[in-house]
Design a protein around this ligand. Sequence first.
Ligand SMILES: Nc1ncnc2c1ncn2[C@@H]1O[C@H](COP(=O)(O)OP(=O)(O)O)[C@@H](O)[C@H]1O
Ligand SMILES: [Mg+2]
Length: 391
Amino acid sequence: MDPPEEEGRVTEISFDDFDEVWEEDDAPAVPSPREVLQSQARAPAEVELTRDVRAPRVRDADFTRVGVLGVGSFGKVVLAKQKTTGNLYALKFVSLARLQDRKQFDRALDERAILATLEHPHVVKLHFAYRVPGHAVLGFEYCAGGELFHHLCKQRVLSPRATAFYAAEVALALQCAHEAGVVYRDVKPENCFLDSRGHLKLGDFGLAKSSVRSPFRGAHSVCGTPEYMAPDVLARKPSGYGTAVDWWGLGICIYELLTGLPAWYTSDRRKLFDRIRGAPLRLPPSIPSDAGACVAALLRRHPRQRLCALNGADELRTEAFFGGVDFDALILGALTPPIEPCTNLARPAHRANFDGKFTTLPVDTPVEGSLPDFLAGDDALATGWEFVRAV
Ligand SMILES: Nc1ncnc2c1ncn2[C@@H]1O[C@H](COP(=O)(O)OP(=O)(O)O)[C@@H](O)[C@H]1O
Ligand SMILES: [Mg+2]
């Protein structure tokens, strides 16, 4: 059966008609985030001790809210200043009343648990997580440059040089996630944030799944943003799909940064999926040949033939399109980004790179309804959500 039709290009969808099943060779070598949270829930004394010794608890009262940055699927993202330090953070409020089922709740727990373990210059840093009535809150480093999508809309297309630079930073972030056994599943310019200097941070791990250690199997949910979904996700094979789907997402992103639209774009959802599954890839003449070759290699439908599927970002080093990117210098943060998003660094709290339809919203985050039944008495949320990154 085909998925339902929907208009628009950036909605995330999720068709969860597959139960997540482990196959023998995909069994997790490390505990899943949920297991980690549950074990924390069983040992509150230990958690309490760790928290007190290494870092003080973080509470809502510690912050002055500056303004809204964006609105996600489950609530507002608010820029806030920590009263004692003056540090700025992006607080992502997840409204518990909006979670419709256990699966969505598990995804929120996964986002918190995965980001707590990842540490990489191109992955948005989760500094802390706390609870308020009605919401679970994630405290991220503030990426003052806004979404890469915002800059793409402003410039219409990016130059091949700028595209290669940002694609390389995304690739390093994906490699870090994959090495930790995490498939990201939502690569798109809206989820790529720029810091004040213009370096890219991959954010929004709301669809990420842990304990996926194979490029080709281990995940089964048909989820993602339609335009960026790989044919292996749409195929719904019993063996599922693996981390190779993220390299497909990178291929679609590179195409979009160079042309302004994702490959095979149409607002007709059924046509879009048909094209992703089987239409020839048409590269407009504006795409340089080395870029076209790289995009075509990332958009190989068979995941085993897809560029980067087996050896990750290292495979990009020999691509002519990335010839101008010194990956070693990039990892060290030694390259100057092509976009300078915050020309007035004297005012770091400015929200000039965020959409006025969000920045003018009130900063309050009222309780939106009663707690869903499936959350009643859930230990993981009560004791396992809180987190402070050790410094
Ligand atoms: N750390 C951050 N710094 C700056 N803006 C952010 C940050 N995190 C989120 N945002 C803004 O909020 C929007 C929604 O957050 P996101 O995590 O993508 O939520 P959702 O999972 O609902 O898409 C982002 O697209 C971005 O504009
Ligand atoms: Mg998002």
